[in-house]
Design a protein around this ligand. Structure first.
Ligand code: ZN
Length: 565
């Protein structure tokens, strides 16, 4: 591609209305143009990267013996009613009417169609396993589209569906697909962590999300490099390794603490650390009152609380309810005569001594409180931190932010039951098929590549996704010998299968260098002054490594460098 003919307009300045680093680089490197909230124009450079991503993805699907299909974008209400998803998807699904007033949705995902196709192709166990995928646009009516292309209203998704004779075969294939995912993301240069997740509207047996690590990620995740454990932070179990300290009793005394309903005010007044306090929160859970205790610098993990009490309706208690247990809002604590409330403390409090709690009286706290001073039940009620250990192997736990790129589901018979999709087994009996589904969002995958591969000057694209491996820069367009050599390199490298961007624009050399850095071509070949010695300069974008080489050796050198990119 000649830069002079390439529809690529870069911009130096930071764009104003972007909400993430990846988005900022996408705008600056001329990849996308925002139309309105959640809708984008995708420009040539972006589309070229997408084609590289899709190429790698198709190879990955082939490795999982998955066949490419394409379903209609429109799905009738009738079909979505059958699976129950017409209502389950709610307002996120775009709906429309045809001229006969029949209702349709623009498909959010295609479990229904995949099940129908499976039903029409699978007769017996000989046809199994059966696996299909498509790469197709999807539409979602997001309440608040944000993070640029990460949460857009229109996006490209690879959705695959597999069908199996029984659960063990589904599980075998689910694992293969998981391995293929990890390999695919690694090939694109993205570090991902598979985490156990919640199925949401999809339903099914279990599922995993593939989270790309990124500072601006939408979810907090915990993982262990030692045993490959991964989970959403709120679900990470913290084992009870604490020993209750019962040495001290009755040491506590009252301190008058006016206007200190918040821990920050109290910390200031008593000149102590937040971790010297025990936070006592009163909740109304399913109509019953609970006092939940966590260390002052922790938050109550409501996901764990809901699971412990087997109830999803969790609300903070009202002032009146707090009064009813014999306490005062802002000064709640576990000591004294409390009525109609179950006190549950986080395990960590077992190891605390001489701490501070509310005294259940207006403007009063107790200091030097100890475990022997009150009664409670114990549970795991906080969020894990990087000081905690992996619940599986006991190794060091890492905490990071992540963006969901892929989601795989062992669905079981959730859809095949509804559509009566069966096969005939080896004994001639009819059986319901087991099903799995496997998605990857492609624009957000590109965003994660950018997230993980940039520096202050711009992108450093991995060779596996870079549209051009080499940027050939002509320093001075007025010097005919530079133009001739650059043109010759362009043709020779392209002939040998190396994609080249020939920067033949009549602009300052500095502008060409800046664009090379901003759009992140892996290798730069500069045709300039050293041509007098029959040499050109080569630079590797990622490492900044520079070398000079004879014009005739450029292919050899580039080819060797590319292997490490
Ligand atoms: Zn581990």
């Amino acid at each position: 591609m000649r830069f002079s003919k390439f529809l690529l307009k870069t911009q130096k300045e930071q764009p104003a209305d972007v909400d993430s680093t990846a988005m900022s680089y996408m705008v600056r490197s001329g990849m996308i143009k925002k139309q309105s909230a959640g809708l984008f124009h995708y420009m040539p450079y972006f589309n070229m990267i997408m084609r590289r991503v899709e190429y790698n993805l198709r190879r990955a699907m082939e490795e999982a013996d998955c066949n490419e299909v394409k379903f209609p974008l429109l799905v009738s209400k009738e079909i979505l009613d059958k699976s129950g998803r017409w209502t389950a998807f709610g307002k996120e699904m775009f709906k429309l009417f045809d001229r006969n007033n029949a209702e349709y949705a623009i498909s959010p995902t295609n479990e229904e169609y995949a099940t129908l196709i499976a039903g029409s192709y699978i007769r017996s166990y000989n046809d199994l396993p059966f696996s299909i995928y498509q790469i197709q646009k999807k539409y979602r009516d997001e309440i608040r589209p944000r993070d640029g292309v990460v949460r857009a209203r229109e996006f490209t998704m690879k959705d695959a569906y597999s069908f199996h004779a029984d659960v063990p075969d589904l599980e075998r294939y689910y694992k293969i697909m998981g391995d293929v995912y990890t390999k695919f993301f690694t090939k694109l240069g993205i570090k991902t962590v598979p985490v156990i997740a919640d199925g949401g509207a999809m339903g099914g047996l279990y599922c995993h999300e593939y989270m790309a690590i990124g500072d601006e990620g939408e979810a907090e995740i915990a993982f262990c490099d030692h045993c490959h454990y991964g989970a959403n932070l709120e679900t990470v179990e913290i084992k009870d390794t604490y020993k209750e300290d019962m040495r001290f009793k009755g040491r506590y005394k009252e301190v008058i603490t006016p206007d200190t309903k918040r821990i920050v005010d109290l910390v200031k007044m008593l000149q102590r650390e937040p971790k010297d306090f025990v936070k006592s929160m009163v909740y109304n859970i399913g109509g019953k009152l609970y006092m939940i205790l966590v260390r002052g610098d922790r938050e109550v993990n409501e996901t764990k609380l809901a699971k412990l009490l087997k109830c999803s309706e969790i609300e903070l208690a009202t002032e009146k309810e707090i009064k009813s247990i014999g306490s005062v809002m802002g000064y709640v604590g576990p000591l004294g005569d409390l009525k109609n409330v179950r006190v549950i403390a986080d395990y960590e409090i077992k190891a605390m001594t001489n701490f501070i709690v509310g005294a259940n009286k207006q403007n009063v706290h107790y200091i030097d409180v100890n475990n022997a001073d009150f009664k409670c039940e114990w549970a795991d009620l906080r969020f894990a931190t990087d000081e905690d250990v992996c619940p599986v192997c006991g190794g060091k736990l890492k905490i990071a932010k992540g963006n969901e790129l892929g989601h795989i589901f062992a669905l079981g018979t959730r859809y095949t039951d509804k559509f009566k999709t069966t096969y005939v087994d080896s004994t001639g009996e009819e059986q319901i098929l087991q099903m799995g589904c496997y998605g990857i969002g492609l624009e957000r995958t590109v965003a994660s590549i950018i997230d993980q591969h940039h520096d202050e000057k711009g992108l450093c694209l991995p060779a596996s996704v870079a549209p051009f491996l080499v940027d050939v820069i002509i320093i001075d367009n007025k010097k005919q010998n530079q133009v001739d050599v650059a043109e010759k390199l362009y043709v020779t490298l392209e002939d040998k299968g190396i994609p080249v961007l020939l920067d033949d624009r009549d602009v300052r050399a500095g502008a060409k260098f800046n664009d090379f850095e901003l759009i992140g071509v892996p290798i730069r070949v500069t045709v300039g002054r050293s041509l007098e010695n029959g040499e050109v300069e080569i630079e590797v974008r990622k490492t900044g490594e520079k070398l000079t080489t004879k014009v005739d050796d450029v292919y050899k050198v580039v080819n060797k460098l590319a292997k490490s990119l």
